[in-house]
Design a protein around this ligand. Structure first.
Ligand SMILES: Nc1nc2c(c(=O)[nH]1)N[C@H]1C(S)=C(S)[C@@H](COP(=O)(O)O)O[C@H]1N2
Ligand SMILES: [Mo]
Length: 238
C-alpha cells in the first residue's frame, strides 16, 4: 500500500493524487507559493483524451524574424474605453467545465513557461502589423484547470466589457498565447495589459485585450462576441 512507501519514491503528482488535492487546490488553499511549482509540473500531464488528440492535429504557423517586427504598424484599436488595471492586484479567473477552477495573479502566470512569437496581426478594418508577443500558452493554462471532456468552446471576458468566444481547437493551438509582452517589452495598457489574447490563426477582433476571465464551456451562448453579435463572422480564422 502507498502508506508504506517512503514519500520520496512517489512522484509529486502521485502524492497530490493520493492526498486528494491537486496542485491548484493547494495553491488556492493558500499553502504557499512554493507549491505552485507542482501546478507548473502538471502542465506536461495529459489534459483529457479529446483535447490530447486535438493537440496532435495542430500545424504551426510560420513565424517571422525579430528584424521583421513593424513597431509602428500596430494601431491601438479600442472600441469603448481603456480600463486601468493594477497588475499587483489583478487576478485571472479560469473556470467553467473544469475540475480545478482557479485564480492566478500575474506573478503566478509569469512562473509558467514563456513563449515568444513574431506573427502578423490582421485587423478586419484593413491594416496589419508584424508583432512579437510573449506570454503563456493558453493550452498550458487550460491544462492547469483540468478541463472536462465535454469542453468545446472558450469564452473570454475583458475589463472593458468586451467578450469573445473561440472554438477549443483554436484556443489550444500552440501559438495561441495569453500575452503579457509586446515586442520584448511589458504589454502597455493600450495594448491590453496586464494580459491579452494573441494568436496568428485569428483576426484581430478575436484577440481580446484586458482579459479577466476565461470560461470553458460545452455550448456557445446566444452572445458569441462583441463584434460577432453585430454581424461579424464568428470563426474569423486567418
Ligand atoms: N477588450 C478588447 N479587446 C480588443 C478590442 C477591444 O476594443 N477591446 N479590439 C480588438 C481589435 S478589433 C483589434 S484589431 C485588436 C487591436 O489590438 P491593439 O489595440 O493592441 O493593436 O484588439 C482586439 N481586442
Ligand atoms: Mo480589429
Amino acid at each position: 500500500m502507498s502508506l508504506i512507501l517512503p514519500k520520496r519514491l512517489l512522484s509529486r503528482r502521485r502524492l497530490l493524487q493520493l492526498s486528494g488535492l491537486s496542485g491548484v487546490g493547494l495553491l488556492l488553499n493558500g499553502c504557499g507559493r512554493n507549491l505552485f511549482s507542482n501546478s507548473v509540473r502538471q502542465i506536461s500531464e495529459p489534459l483529457n483524451q479529446s483535447l490530447e488528440e486535438l493537440l496532435l492535429s495542430h500545424k504551426p504557423v510560420p513565424e517571422f524574424a525579430v528584424s521583421d517586427i513593424e513597431p509602428d504598424k500596430l494601431l491601438v484599436n479600442t472600441f469603448d474605453f481603456t480600463p486601468q488595471i493594477n497588475p499587483a492586484q489583478f487576478q485571472l479567473t479560469i473556470n467553467g467545465e473544469v475540475s480545478n477552477p482557479m485564480q492566478l495573479s500575474m506573478a503566478d502566470i509569469q512562473k509558467l513557461p514563456l513563449t515568444s512569437m513574431v506573427i502578423r496581426h490582421v485587423c478586419v478594418e484593413g491594416w496589419a502589423a508584424i508583432v512579437q508577443w510573449g506570454g503563456v500558452r493558453l493550452q498550458d493554462l487550460v491544462a492547469l484547470v483540468q478541463p472536462k471532456s465535454s469542453v468545446r468552446y472558450v469564452y473570454f471576458k475583458s475589463a472593458d466589457g468586451y467578450y469573445e468566444s473561440w472554438d477549443i481547437a483554436s484556443a489550444m493551438h500552440p501559438q495561441t498565447l495569453m500575452a503579457y509582452q509586446k515586442n520584448g517589452e511589458p504589454l502597455s495598457t493600450d495594448n491590453g495589459a496586464p494580459i491579452r489574447l494573441a494568436s496568428p490563426i485569428k483576426l484581430g477582433y478575436k484577440q481580446s485585450k484586458w482579459v479577466t476571465e476565461i470560461i470553458l464551456v460545452t455550448s456557445l451562448l446566444p452572445a458569441k462576441g462583441y463584434w460577432e453579435d453585430q454581424g461579424y463572422e464568428w470563426f474569423a480564422g486567418l
